[in-house]
Ligand binder design. Structure first.
Ligand SMILES: CC(C)(COP(=O)(O)OP(=O)(O)OC[C@H]1O[C@@H](n2cnc3c(N)ncnc32)[C@H](O)[C@@H]1OP(=O)(O)O)[C@@H](O)C(=O)NCCC(=O)NCCS
Length: 184
């Protein structure tokens, strides 16, 4: 399969939003829910800031079509949503291989989304590793979270790429794993 990995530009925003809303909790089809969904309702303005201020939107393109995205950005960017404020306030509750995680030495990866037409084909690993490599120039550690009901995402992130569960937390009646890894 020929897959192109790119840092998204503003001209990709509309197509990424189309992919996003196919799997966002308010608009995903009932049959797709069991394979995971994304909670945050991103807007054009959120993605514009993610691209222009963070260079943090990574995409995989197959046959001219965007089939996956992964987001990564500073905690400062994510703190416009209350859950990330909570995560920042609790960053100190776990270490990664003895390393303290801070707002400055780590960033938040996710969400990630792979179109169902290409799942299980290595696209997830490719876009994940591309985003990680790009962010490694800026941060030594990556932190993320997975809703405990998203079994597919948990399997992908713990078996297909090298993330460690470092703690667990609850927010808004949802239960999450907190995961992290070194970026290089
Ligand atoms: C989560 C996601 C990025 C993973 O990418 P993917 O291409 O589907 O991942 P893979 O298929 O390579 O790996 C998932 C593994 O979980 C397994 N799996 C699938 N459903 C499962 C379930 N209900 N319980 C346990 N394991 C499950 C798959 O069989 C696969 O393992 P295998 O290859 O050994 O068979 C993708 O499914 C997706 O975009 N889902 C919708 C959005 C989402 O949930 N994003 C993550 C949250 S931010």
């Amino acid at each position: 399969m020929s897959l192109e990995l790119k840092i998204a530009t503003l001209e990709n925003v509309a197509e990424v939003l189309t992919l996003h809303y196919k799997y966002q909790v308010d608009s995903i089809s009932e049959e797709d829910k069991k394979d995971g969904f994304i909670t945050t309702a991103f807007t054009e303005s959120h993605l514009t800031r993610l691209i222009t201020e963070e260079s943090g939107l990574f995409i995989a393109v197959k046959d001219g079509k965007i089939v996956a995205y992964a987001m990564s950005a500073s905690w400062g960017f994510w703190c416009q949503w209350p859950m990330f404020e909570y995560m920042v306030a609790n960053l100190h509750d776990a270490t990664l291989l003895g390393n303290e995680l801070t707002e400055n030495n780590s960033y938040q990866y996710g969400p990630v989304c792979v179109d169902k037409s290409v799942r299980g084909e290595g696209v997830f690993e490719a876009v994940f590793q591309f985003a990680l490599k790009e962010m490694s120039a800026r941060y030594p550690f990556m932190v993320t979270f997975i809703n405990k009901i998203n079994l597919r995402s948990y399997q992908a992130h713990t078996r297909k790429v090298n993330l460690d569960v470092i703690s667990e937390f609850d927010f808004n009646n949802n239960h999450y794993f907190k995961l992290a890894c070194k970026t290089s």
